[in-house]
Design a protein around this ligand. Structure first.
Ligand code: AMP
Length: 132
């Protein structure tokens, strides 16, 4: 199913990209729970994460690890929490969220309101670490 995430993959709508390879893309969540909240997706259109091919799913975890290590170097936090919901966008994705306490990964709480400039700056900083 084609969703807004496929449009991001194709560059038809903008995103604050963090990292990309042949199979995966990481970009900032536009309505973040925390600064640095990032989504990792497969470029292939798959709705439900557990319908993904085994190798593609395993590779997404390894790709997410690289991204998480970069996020934690830019955003001070105890850990990068990971979550999978998919209730809003039916394209498989992993949420990577800098957390210090349980409440930081509570999807029921209000999202941060970050401006485009701040999102762009966060993404640039994480990209810079990824390239090191
Ligand atoms: P869920 O499908 O429940 O895991 O939630 C989808 C997530 O995608 C939400 O956290 C949204 O804020 C995020 N989201 C939706 N549209 C965009 C977009 N165009 N760019 C970045 N993140 C988005």
């Amino acid at each position: 199913m084609t969703t807004i995430f496929s449009k991001i993959v194709k560059g038809e709508i903008p995103s604050h990209k963090i990292a990309e390879d042949e199979d995966y893309l990481a970009f900032l969540d536009i309505n973040p729970l925390a600064r640095g909240h990032t989504l990792v997706i497969p470029k292939k259109e798959v709705d439900y994460i557990f319908d993904m091919d085994d190798n593609l799913l395993a590779g997404m975890q390894v790709f997410s690890k690289r991204v998480a290590k970069a996020i934690e170097r830019v955003i001070p936090c105890k850990r990068i929490g990971i979550a999978v919901l998919g209730l809003e966008v039916p394209h498989a994705h992993i949420h990577l969220i800098p957390i210090n306490r349980l409440e930081d990964i509570n999807f029921g709480r209000p999202k941060l309101r970050l401006g485009e400039d701040e999102l762009a700056e966060i993404a640039a900083n994480i990209r810079q670490v990824m390239e090191q």
